[in-house]
Design a protein around this ligand. Structure first.
Ligand code: SF4
Ligand code: SF4
Length: 316
């Protein structure tokens, strides 16, 4: 190991531990919602980053630290009710910053990562597009581009927290790179899409191509939308299974829990270091429009039920 890479490695370990301690310190605040025994472990992957990506990595770390440190800026007695007009303005502001979609839900303790806590159960979930060219093609600087997206989205999430505070609400940001909760299920609960077998969120607008962040807030009357039903995607995944078959690291393991939740083995995933995006690239939702996949699913379902009837008849 060269002296330079040794210094870089020691510095990143120091920053990582500092960030981790800060995040865990949220548990010491009053009335927070903590993880439970069955909560998932947050996985961390040791990244090999090119030297030129280091400023972006430092910026991501700083934003994660800032969002915990800034909790002291929450109003002592925060507002808990938001008007429809305010929520419209909030969404307009988020979209003007490039956020693609917004959903609302209550966070379950079982989604909070082990040793982490959130200050309110009211969750605002944001999604931001990963550029299709970047998913479908390999090119020099792809990893840096991905990190820059995390950095930009993290800063925007913090800015949305500031916006809520300026309007009298309390809020806690959850960074897209290192959040407090497991995002795909949170976003699914917020009606934004469905968690596919790849463990990625699949949405009507972007398929599997998005990053997710969240805000936990004092707003108790968030406009939770229960009208979306993307649950058919879970059934379609049972038919498809492409991400499991094509993953070069065997990082996605067939569900065994009866709930169709596939297991993800982070140590096997080469995505973080080599920017493998095969599970995104090969997903039919990346190649085709949401409604086209749904039509295909309906045809498969009808064919299956037709075969089933024929089988019954032949038995009779
Ligand atoms: S990024 Fe690559 S290695 Fe990781 S889960 Fe997806 S396909 Fe597998
Ligand atoms: S590749 Fe197939 S199985 Fe995997 S998430 Fe996409 S649709 Fe589901």
């Amino acid at each position: 190991m060269s002296i330079l890479s040794g210094v870089i490695s020691s510095y990143s370990n120091y920053r990582f531990n500092k960030m981790r301690k800060l995040e865990i310190s949220v548990n010491n605040k009053n009335n927070v919602i903590k993880s439970i025994k069955t909560s998932p472990e947050r996985f961390t992957v040791q990244k090999k980053v090119p030297i030129r990506s280091i400023p972006t990595m430092i910026s991501i770390g700083k934003n994660i630290e800032d969002n915990v440190k800034s909790l002291k800026n929450n109003p002592d007695i925060p507002n808990t009710r938001a008007s429809i007009e305010f929520m419209d303005k909030f969404e307009e502001h988020a979209r003007s910053m490039g956020i693609n979609d917004i959903g609302y839900t209550k966070v379950d303790s079982e989604l909070i990562f082990k040793d982490r806590a959130v200050i309110y159960e009211n969750a605002i979930v944001f999604i931001k597009e990963i550029d299709k060219f970047g998913v479908d093609n390999d090119f020099p600087g792809k990893q840096l581009k991905d990190l820059e997206l995390y950095d930009d989205f993290g800063r925007k999430t913090n800015e949305m927290v500031d916006y809520l505070r300026e309007n009298g609400f309390a809020a806690q940001a959850s960074h897209p790179a290192q959040g407090f909760v497991t995002y795909p299920t949170l976003a699914q609960n917020a009606g934004l899409g469905w968690r596919g077998k790849s463990n990625l969120l699949i949405t009507p607008e972007l398929g599997p191509r998005q990053k997710i962040s969240a805000i936990f807030t004092s707003i108790e009357n968030l406009p939770v939308n229960t009208g979306h039903d993307h649950s058919w995607i879970g059934d379609y995944c049972n038919y498809c299974g492409k991400c499991l078959k094509s993953c070069p690291g065997n990082a996605i393991v067939e569900p065994t829990d009866g709930l169709n939740r596939s297991k993800f083995i982070p140590e096997h995933c080469i995505g973080c270091n080599d920017i493998c995006t095969i599970c995104l690239r090969d997903c039919p939702f990346n190649k085709k429009d949401y409604m086209q996949v749904k039509d295909k699913y309906e045809k498969i379902k009808n064919k299956k039920s037709l075969n089933y009837k024929t089988f019954n008849l032949s038995v009779c």
